[in-house]
Design a protein around this ligand. Structure first.
Ligand SMILES: Nc1ncnc2c1ncn2[C@@H]1O[C@H](COP(=O)(O)OP(=O)(O)OP(=O)(O)O)[C@@H](O)[C@H]1O
Length: 704
């Protein structure tokens, strides 16, 4: 695909992910006093015509540059963006390559105007439909459309057939399938307009009705191209998706309303998920986190393989901190930035093994040393105690982890946290340092007096139980809400936050099966800490361009790294982790593989020798390896049961009622074995946490 597709310039091979920005013009109703475009957004284009990227900088933060492949200015309208960016993708769809166009940005940044437009000023989707219908006619193909919304609760609903149950998303024979999503054949632009605009206005009415605040949601339009050729499965050639993401909005703006806050967090989380998927695809990562949100799961087929992705970051013309954040997220998918990140990551991984202890003072010192290089946003309270957790306790926590290779996954995700603008190095003396090898695009000029006393605003205090003492004590995170002082939140902090959020979730998944639940508390409180940190950050318009430390307090990026390192340390101190090399190949049948193979060895080997053969170094580790094996067997049995039991039997399981049992049977009609891993339980509406809870209960029942 890369060799056959070309960028709009037609000279260079196409990228998997292309990221462009679009500056929205000033609206008539916007006050003249607002800072205008060029006073807060600078687009830095290299000299010459054939440049492949531009950088954006905001306000006086001229040293903070975010890479984009291109930036469309305010006078450059949808037609131009369509002809340069989208038209080639439409042609590619007819050659069998899926495409996805994603509009992201803060609220009111022009996403809907870009994708949907209006009858007078058509958006990218409508312009594309004109091309689709004409190419379909020429090539003897047909097209159909589907239109859906993913709401603030991560439910997907059909907008062309409203009022029906949420869309069921599942995978069958390697393809993502939708149950409950209608497809309407379309032959002309007029026909499309009828369906599309009617659905859009119906959606707006429903959204506004009965809610004081407009609920945010993502909207996705799918254009399917079908072949008349019966040899192609289902006749589907390929498809193009247009996604109008909900506007990114800092959760703190809604902090007074807890329901709203939860909704905002959920929406933001799915934005992070999509950006993380796009980043993973742009950097050819082996694991692409499609399952992290409903939207990414729905888009999975469009995004993967030879699918091409266009991200348009819409920019508000007046000051908007959320815009900076969205730009920083989107720009991660630009290859040029990624290369620099990779360099940083290598350093992190080569140093990560040196982590043994964590000394707060040294970190603070390091961060302070770096304060002249990086921005401060929110400070972490200085009193933090982290002491060693008992190995046995942590080992026990792993007993009921997911059967998949979750440890490696968590480790990788943790490294994502560190894969941020500054390179975090762990020195021989166990202190952490921040190298000068930070990414140009995220570098800030820090002025000495522009940030208020940040240390008063957020206090994080994580304490993990020490030594071999009992498990009853302590895991605590104290967080104090941020004061209403102006603390700027910059892109990299948000970025850390999103990665960290993911990492914490994964570590949570990987570590939290402690019988006493202490570790669960630690992780959960860590999540709360993060939520509070996110909540507690405050945007300061006046201060946006000169984020600095007044008191030398720690920036939020360091704070988040701090927390992530604690989790990493916690994780790396488990015996399982210590013997990871030996155990890494363990899959669901690993215990059998590790056992001595012949009766002769069995008979002649002493207990100690057997332990050597099995690699674990202590009875505890031997016990744990067996525990993992038992857990894996249990998971396999559980999945087998889900794939074969009848409805009444299914309902005997924890968490499965009439509705879910019916769903499961429906899924089995579509695919004989819909449940291949515990992750697949998400398809029946269970969260990772619920799945773990269910497994715990099932195991608990065995001992009753
Ligand atoms: N390029 C443009 N030219 C003229 N008006 C525009 C342009 N882009 C956006 N607008 C106008 O700006 C306003 C906000 O745009 P729009 O609704 O598209 O933003 P949005 O990012 O989708 O907002 P939300 O996140 O709230 O859904 C609308 O009134 C729209 O008509």
């Amino acid at each position: 695909m890369a060799s056959t597709h070309h960028d709009n310039a037609g000279t260079t091979p196409a990228r998997k992910v292309r990221v462009v920005a679009k500056l929205r013009g000033i609206l008539r109703q916007e006050p003249d006093s607002e800072p205008k475009l060029n006073s807060w957004i600078s687009v830095n284009k290299p000299q010459g015509e054939n440049f492949e990227s531009v950088t954006l900088s905001f306000g006086e933060q001229s040293s903070s540059r975010y890479w984009m492949h291109y930036c469309y200015e305010e006078h450059e309208e949808n037609e131009l963006i369509y002809s340069r960016e989208v038209k080639p993708l439409v042609s590619a769809v007819f050659e069998g390559h899926n495409s996805t166009v994603i509009a992201c940005g803060a609220r009111g940044s022009g996403k809907t105007h870009l994708i949907q437009g209006s009858a007078e000023k058509p958006g990218l989707a409508m312009l594309a439909i004109a091309e689709f219908t004409s190419l379909a006619e020429k090539n003897g193909k047909s097209i159909s459309i589907s239109f859906y919304e993913v709401d603030h609760q991560d439910h997907a609903v059909d907008l062309l057939n409203p009022g029906h149950p949420p869309i069921l998303v599942y995978e069958d024979r390697g393809r993502i399938q939708f149950k409950g999503l209608s497809q309407i054949p379309v032959k002309s632009v007029a026909e499309f307009q009828n369906f599309y605009f009617a659905a859009c206005s119906a959606q707006k009415t429903i959204t506004r009705k009965g809610f004081e605040h407009a609920r945010r949601s993502h909207m996705g339009l799918i254009v399917n191209v079908f072949s008349q050729n019966a040899s192609v499965e289902n006749g589907l050639v390929s498809k193009m998706s247009f996604v109008d993401l909900a506007g990114y909005e800092d959760a703190r703006k809604k902090s007074s309303d807890t329901i709203c806050l939860a909704e905002t967090n959920k929406i933001n989380k799915s934005i992070y998920a999509l950006m993380n998927v796009s980043h993973a695809l742009s950097t050819n990562e082996s694991r692409v986190p499609y399952r992290e949100s409903k939207l990414t799961r729905m888009l999975q087929d469009s995004l993967r393989g030879t699918g091409r992705i266009l991200i348009v970051a819409c920019l508000n013309p007046s000051f908007c901190q959320d815009t900076i954040y969205m730009v920083s997220l989107a720009s991660r998918s630009c290859q040029s930035i990624q290369r620099t990140f990779l360099d940083s990551t290598k350093k992190i991984s080569s140093s990560a093994s040196q982590i043994k202890t964590y000394q707060k003072r040294q970190i603070t010192k390091s961060v302070l040393k770096s304060a002249k290089k990086i921005p401060a946003s929110v400070s972490c309270h200085s009193e933090k105690k982290v002491v060693a957790a008992p190995k046995s306790a942590i080992k026990a926590r792993k007993l009921f982890d997911e059967a998949s290779n979750s440890a490696a996954r968590a480790k990788k995700e943790i490294s994502m946290v560190q894969n941020s603008s500054e390179t975090l190095l762990v020195n021989q003396d166990n202190s952490l340092d921040i190298t000068e090898n930070h990414v140009e695009s995220n570098t800030r000029v820090v002025k000495d007096n522009s940030l208020p006393d940040a240390s008063k605003n957020v206090k994080g205090n994580l304490m993990v139980e020490n030594g071999d003492s009992s498990l009853n004590t302590s895991s605590e995170v104290e967080i104090y809400p941020i004061e209403e002082k102006g603390i700027s939140l910059n892109g990299e902090d948000h970025q850390d936050a999103s990665n960290f959020y993911e990492a914490v979730e994964l570590v949570h998944e990987d570590l939290n099966m402690n019988k006493e639940n202490n570790s669960l508390m630690i992780i959960e409180q860590g999540q709360q800490a993060l939520a509070m940190v996110q909540e507690g950050q405050n945007i300061n318009k006046e201060n946006n361009s000169s984020m600095a430390y007044e008191d030398g307090s720690t920036p939020i990026s360091s704070q988040l790294r701090d927390l992530s390192n604690r989790f990493k340390w916690l994780y790396s101190s488990t015996p399982w982790q210590i013997s990871e090399k030996e155990c890494i190949s363990l899959d669901s049948t690993s215990v059998d593989i590790m056992e001595p193979k012949t009766p002769v060895v069995e008979q002649t080997t002493s207990l100690n020798d057997r332990r050597d053969i099995m690699n674990p170094k202590s009875p505890w580790e031997t016990f744990s390896v067996h525990g993992s094996g038992m857990k894996n067997s249990l998971v396999e049995e559980y999945l087998r049961f889900l794939n074969s039991a009848n409805k009444e039997e299914l309902k005997k399981l924890k968490g499965i009622g009439e509705k879910r049992a019916t769903y499961i049977l429906e899924l089995r009609e579509e695919s004989p074995e819909p449940f291949k891993s515990l992750d697949d339980l998400r398809d029946i509406g269970l969260s990772a946490k619920q799945i773990k809870g269910i497994m715990k209960k099932e195991v608990g029942e065995l001992f009753n």
